[in-house]
Write a protein that binds this ligand. Sequence first.
Ligand SMILES: O=C(O)CCC(=O)C(=O)O
Ligand SMILES: [Fe+2]
Length: 293
Amino acid sequence: MITVSKIERRYKLSSNEFIKNYVDRGKPVIISGVIPSWNSFSQWSLKYFKQLSPSLNIYAKRFSDKGIEICSLTMEKYIGLIEAYEADFLNNPSPPYCHDLPLFSLIPSLIKDAQPFPLDYLPEWYWYKWWRYCQFFLGCSNSITPLHFDCLLTNNIFFQIVGRKQFTILLPEDAKYCYRKGWRWFLVNPENPDFNKYPEYKNARPIKFIINPGDILYMPPGTLHHVRSLDMSISFNIDWHTTKSCLNALAASVKGMPIQNSYYNFLLAMGLVFKIPSQLIFKFYKSYLNYVS
Ligand SMILES: O=C(O)CCC(=O)C(=O)O
Ligand SMILES: [Fe+2]
């Protein structure tokens, strides 16, 4: 088991090193120097998305103690809410958070803006139409994603394009100090922990850092993360398994993982372990991209 108290930052990490030193060791890392050559880095903004697809129907979420509330609205309406909030946050309501949106599939012209994509960080199985596995996060400053881990126990490569985000992460072995609720959510607020209610959290070793526009963050399977947008922000991630993480995730089926999640992991195992091409698997996997849990 590896203990980390601080996250490493590496410039243009080679895929060999990425896999050997970080993926295989379950160690998070921030990678700089990849995104700044992409068109998206200079071109993407909420205005740009609005111009491309004003009438696109999207959904946004509100997280609360009661669960996740989802609202549906057009891109134009949503960006309008964010612009109004950023211009005058005292007199405008805080907009919901557009969270986990498969925007490359909805606006395919965005794909060319994320090139050259570091495909060699991923197993070859994902290379064909890699962008289908990506999920976007668009939101105003102070949008928050509460503490959780990614529900299929996948690896996560997170691409920060516009704005900064503050992450507080905890390695999987600290989950036991964070007061789990259901499969993937946790009750502790790492930004302001209530030690009276959650005394075990004193044993946890949170790692807090900011990712800047142009940074890539790698989080190993089961990493707990709480995320605050410090600015209006555009990010996307790709959730992916290695053969090893996929088999570990399937084993978690007997440790409380919901059956629906095990179904998606089974599909990925068919691809990664039994080499069934993604062209055949994706039509069954696709619903995962709209799966809220
Ligand atoms: O950026 C965020 O607010 C949340 C990101 C996240 O949870 C993820 O990439 O899995
Ligand atoms: Fe997440």
